[in-house]
Design a protein around this ligand. Structure first.
Ligand code: P1T
Length: 384
C-alpha cells in the first residue's frame, strides 16, 4: 500500500465476520475488560492503561506511516519524550543533542539531566563531524530534530546514524516538522522516530498527543513497559481524533507545502524582510540535503524582518488571518515569536549562540487560500 492508502485503511479494517463492520474505529471508553476465567482474556484486553482497542488502532496506523513494526501513542509530545528518556537511559549515560530544538525539549533535558545524572552535550548537528567528535565512551543516545524548531536547520540522518551504529548508540529523530509524508528517518538509519501528534499528524489543533514509531523489538518492549508503568497514554477520544486527522495527512501536507513555498518566495522578495529560513528555497544553505533526505519541504517558515522587536511584535499582532499563537501543524495559519513564546525558556545567551534572534518570526502556514494569506501578510507589512 502507498502512503495515502495506509493512512486511511491501516488499523481500521472493518470486522465483518465477528464484529459490527464499523468502517471507522469506535471510541472504546471502557477502562477495564471483563473475563470469564482469571487466566483468560477473550478479547486480548485487560485494562485501558495497558492497551485499549481505539489506541491500538491508532498505534497500528502510526507504525504504518513510518513503515515501522511498532507504534506507541502518548498523552503529549513531551510525555513521549519523557517516556523515551526513562525507558532508554540510565544514570551516568551521555546524550548528544542538536543545539536547535523545541524549547520544551531543552527544558525537559535540563531537568532530566540534573535530576537523574544524565549528561547532555549540544552540538551543531548540521556538521556530522561535530556529532562524531562529541561521542564519549558512555554516549547512549543522539537526539535530533530535522528540520529544527525554529531555525529550520537540518542534519544528515543517514550519516549520523552510521557514526552512531558503529558504537551502539541509539539515534532518535523528532520528525514533527517534516511528518512521515515528507521524511522517514527509520529508512535513513534512525532507531526511533518521535512525533508531537498535536501538530500535523492530528492536524486540526484539537488534540494534544505524541507518538514513537520504531522497528526494534527489544527497544519496543522497554518503551511499551514504560508506557504502561508511567501511564502517560493517549486517551480513547484523542486516539479517535488522531485516527481521523491522519486520514487527510497526505492531502493536507501537499497543500501546506504549496502555500508555504509561495509565501517563502513572497517573503524572500520583500524589502522589509532580512532573511527567510525555508528548506524549499534555493537560498537555504542546506537545500541540497533537504532535497536528498526529504520528499517535500513542509509548511513551516521562519524569517526575520528589519528591525526591532517592536516591529516584529507589531507585524505579528497586525495579522488577521494568522492567529498569534504557539503550536503548529493545524489547518489554520499561526504566527509566533520564538524568543518571546515557544523558546522563552531557552536562556538568552543560548538563543543568541544558536541564532534565535529576538526579531525571528515563525509561521505555521495553514491550508487557507494562499492569496488571502499573502494579502494578510502584505497588510501587516504596510502597517510597519
Ligand atoms: O506540545 P507537545 O505535544 O507536548 O509536543 C512537544 C513538541 C515536541 N517536538 C517538537 C518539534 C515540537 O515542536 C513540540 C511542541 N512545539 C510547540 C508547541 C511549538 O509551538 O513549537
Amino acid at each position: 500500500m502507498r502512503f495515502e492508502t495506509k493512512a486511511i485503511r491501516i488499523g481500521e479494517e472493518p470486522d465483518i465476520e465477528n464484529g459490527s463492520g464499523d468502517v471507522v474505529s469506535p471510541i472504546h471508553l471502557s477502562t477495564t475488560f471483563a473475563r470469564k476465567r482469571v487466566d483468560m482474556l477473550p478479547g486480548g484486553y485487560e485494562y485501558s492503561r495497558t492497551a485499549n482497542p481505539t489506541r491500538d488502532a491508532l498505534e497500528r496506523k502510526l507504525a504504518a506511516l513510518e513503515d515501522a513494526r511498532f507504534g506507541l501513542a502518548f498523552s503529549s509530545g513531551m510525555a513521549t519524550e519523557t517516556t523515551a528518556l526513562l525507558a532508554l537511559l540510565r544514570s551516568g549515560d551521555h546524550v548528544i543533542a542538536f543545539d536547535d530544538l523545541y524549547g520544551g525539549t531543552k527544558r525537559l533535558f535540563r531537568t532530566f539531566g540534573r535530576n537523574f545524572g544524565v549528561d547532555f552535550t549540544y552540538v551543531d548537528a548540521r556538521d556530522p563531524d561535530e556529532v562524531a567528535s562529541a561521542v564519549k565512551d558512555n554516549t547512549r543516545m543522539i537526539w535530533l530534530e530535522t528540520p529544527t524548531n525554529p531555525l529550520m536547520k537540518m542534519c544528515d540522518i543517514e550519516e549520523i546514524s552510521e557514526i552512531a551504529h558503529d558504537k551502539g548508540i541509539i539515534v532518535a529523530v523528532d520528525n514533527t516538522f517534516a511528518t512521515p509524508y515528507f521524511q522517514n528517518p527509520l529508512k535513513l538509519g534512525a532507531d526511533i522516530v518521535v512525533h508531537s501528534t498535536t501538530k500535523y499528524i492530528n492536524g486540526h489543533s484539537d488534540s494534544v498527543g505524541g507518538a514513537i514509531m520504531l522497528s526494534d523489538e527489544e527497544m519496543h518492549e522497554r518503551l511499551r513497559f514504560h508506557q504502561n508503568s508511567s501511564g502517560a497514554i493517549l486517551s480513547p477520544f484523542d486516539s479517535y481524533m488522531t485516527l481521523r486527522g491522519i486520514k487527510t495527512l497526505a492531502v493536507r501536507m501537499r497543500e501546506h507545502e504549496r502555500n508555504a513555498m509561495r509565501i517563502a518566495e513572497y517573503l524572500e522578495s520583500h524589502p522589509k524582510v532580512r532573511r527567510v529560513y525555508y528548506p524549499g528555497l534555493e537560498s537555504h544553505p542546506q537545500h541540497g540535503l533537504a532535497k536528498k533526505q526529504m520528499s517535500g519541504y513542509g509548511g513551516m517558515i521562519s524569517f526575520e524582518i528589519y528591525d526591532t522587536v517592536k516591529d516584529a511584535t507589531k507585524f505579528a499582532e497586525s495579522l488577521r488571518l494568522f492567529s498569534l499563537a504557539e503550536s503548529l501543524g493545524g489547518v489554520e495559519s499561526l504566527i509566533e515569536i520564538p524568543a518571546l513564546m515557544t523558546h522563552s525558556s531557552v536562556p538568552e545567551e543560548e538563543r543568541r549562540h544558536i541564532g534565535i534572534s529576538d526579531t525571528l518570526i515563525r509561521m505555521s502556514v495553514g491550508i487557507e487560500n494562499v492569496e488571502d494569506l499573502i494579502e494578510d501578510i502584505e497588510g501587516a507589512m504596510e502597517a510597519l
